[in-house]
Design a protein around this ligand. Structure first.
Ligand SMILES: NC(=O)c1ccc[n+]([C@@H]2O[C@H](COP(=O)([O-])OP(=O)(O)OC[C@H]3O[C@@H](n4cnc5c(N)ncnc54)[C@H](OP(=O)(O)O)[C@@H]3O)[C@@H](O)[C@H]2O)c1
Length: 289
């Protein structure tokens, strides 16, 4: 499998999306996010994944500027929060102002909040306007996507970003999306903040065999499945090591061994219960200076 850091997937509208990106959920406002983005871009990453609710879009924009990498070489994703669903255009314009960009490469509905069908149709208009090159959804199950298809949308989403790692492999959802030309982007690919699978002893044999660490083995597994992966780190050495995935290939047997770890252990909220989340558990949005 001929993969490299510059490898892309072609989305259903012809736009090319990098296979590996940097996620910045839980990266602190200011220098932490800014320098993580700069390091990643300097080292060759070309996809950055942020969201309104991460409250660090301004720092992402500053990191992009610091890197000196040309805007058109970078694939920037942001996501609308529920408070933007009534007026996605305003939400996107505010994100663009914080990011200091004229467009994003991918705009996602962060969760199937409220009237997500109406919000998705609004994204189609924003795409027509050129404010986002691609549109998509996140945390959508098959039935949420079916709702979109049944409602007369103009175009299938380009991307569904969802939680995928070795103990939550989502094979059926991936098959559903791939059959409809929707690229699946794996979030929390290492297992998520505070719960990574890096120390799982089941990776010891593969670590020794491939001379790679567990994070590299897990990320390579995601790429070989045909997914886009967006590991988060704010530590330069990890940002760099998480991108060294292109000088080895997992055997079909090891791919199966990792996939067989699946126990449907989703760590994030259930997309089917997100609209019932009590307000005291809702993330607080605190703007950056
Ligand atoms: N759409 C959604 O609803 C949604 C939800 C969650 C996440 N996401 C996106 O997906 C991205 C990644 O997911 P995530 O942040 O939840 O989890 P993740 O990437 O699976 O794991 C991140 C955690 O792993 C640590 N880490 C990173 N590389 C490591 C390495 N080589 N060795 C050991 N530890 C390592 C990080 O710590 P350090 O930073 O200290 O290195 C951090 O604690 C997010 O940043 C966000 O962009 C989207």
């Amino acid at each position: 499998m001929d993969l490299h850091l510059e490898s892309t997937l072609t989305l259903n509208n012809g736009v090319k999306m990098p296979r590996l990106g940097l996620g910045v959920f839980n990266a602190a406002q200011g220098e932490e996010t800014r320098s993580a983005v700069r390091t990643a871009l300097e080292f060759g990453y070309r996809l950055i994944d942020t969201a309104r609710v991460y409250c660090n879009e301004r720092s992402v924009g500053r990191g992009i500027l610091d890197s000196g990498v040309k805007r058109e070489e970078i694939f920037v994703t942001t996501k609308l929060w529920k408070t933007d669903y009534a007026n996605p255009r305003e939400g996107l314009l505010r994100s663009l102002e914080r990011l200091q960009l004229k467009y994003v490469d991918l705009l996602l509905l962060h969760w199937p909040f409220g009237d997500y069908v109406k919000a998705y149709k609004d994204l189609e208009h924003l795409q027509d306007e050129g404010l986002c090159r691609c549109i998509g959804v996140s945390n959508f199950r098959e039935h949420h996507l079916e709702d979109l298809f049944a409602s007369g949308i103009l175009r299938a989403p380009q991307v569904n970003q969802t939680e995928i790692h070795p103990v939550n492999t989502e094979e059926e959802l991936c098959g559903y999306c791939q059959a409809r030309g929707i690229v699946v982007e794996a979030y929390s690919p290492l297992g998520g903040h505070g719960r990574t699978l890096i120390d799982d002893p089941r990776f010891i044999g593969m670590r020794d065999f491939y001379h790679k660490d567990a994070a590299q083995i897990i990320l390579r597994w995601a790429l070989q499945r045909g997914l886009v992966a967006i590991p988060k780190s704010v530590r330069p050495e990890r940002i760099i090591s998480n991108s060294k995935l292109f000088d080895f290939e997992l055997s079909p047997g090891d791919m199966s061994t990792i996939s067989d770890m699946n126990i449907n252990d989703r760590r994030n909220y259930s997309p089917d219960k997100i609209n019932e989340r009590p307000s005291y558990l809702e993330p607080k949005i605190v703007d950056e200076p």
